[in-house]
Design a protein around this ligand. Structure first.
Ligand SMILES: [Zn+2]
Length: 166
């Protein structure tokens, strides 16, 4: 998925190369589409040796297990985004969050690029109540996480690495 028309004037974009990278530039006004990644924040929510996963209710990868989280709003910092998304999707309040690292994925096999900040999260007491773009939430024992059913490749790798203690 990439832009075909100029965001500034609606003109058609042409493929160009700039510093060895593929860009799209407007033939009419010169506006350039860089395809920069969209920032996101997600949480590995842990409680007593278990990890909370959320089943995706919307494309891409609808029906697969995922880490709760979402895209940053303008002016929002990653940790605030994480707390907002965990509340919206699961009805849970974040008690503590620690940055584990970053992952780069595409939003679907042909989707736009995403840069995800991944946090280890502890939540306040309470049962998850799936809502918004989550159809189900389930606690998995650390040794029984269904890696094969986690669709975003970088997320799967990061979660596997974290849970194996490497
Ligand atoms: Zn233009």
């Amino acid at each position: 998925m990439t832009a075909r028309f100029c965001l500034a004037c609606g003109g058609r974009l042409a493929r160009v190369r700039e510093d060895g990278r593929a860009r799209r530039r407007c033939r009419r006004c010169g506006w350039t589409f860089y395809g920069n990644p969209v920032p996101a924040a997600v949480g590995v929510v842990v409680r007593g040796g278990r990890v909370l996963l959320a089943r995706r209710a919307r494309p891409p990868y609808v029906g697969t297990w995922d880490l709760p989280g979402g895209f940053l709003e303008a002016g929002e910092l990653p940790q605030a985004c994480l707390a907002r998304e965990v509340a919206e999707e699961l009805g849970l309040r974040v008690r503590r969050a620690r940055l584990l690292g970053f992952a780069t994925d595409r939003y679907g096999p042909r989707g736009f690029p995403v840069l995800t900040a991944v946090y280890r999260v502890e939540v306040r007491a309470g049962r998850p109540r799936p809502a918004d773009d989550v159809s189900e939430a389930r606690w998995f024992p650390r040794g029984a996480v269904p890696f094969g059913a986690i669709a975003f490749p970088a997320m799967r790798r990061l979660l596997r690495r974290y849970l194996s203690g490497r």
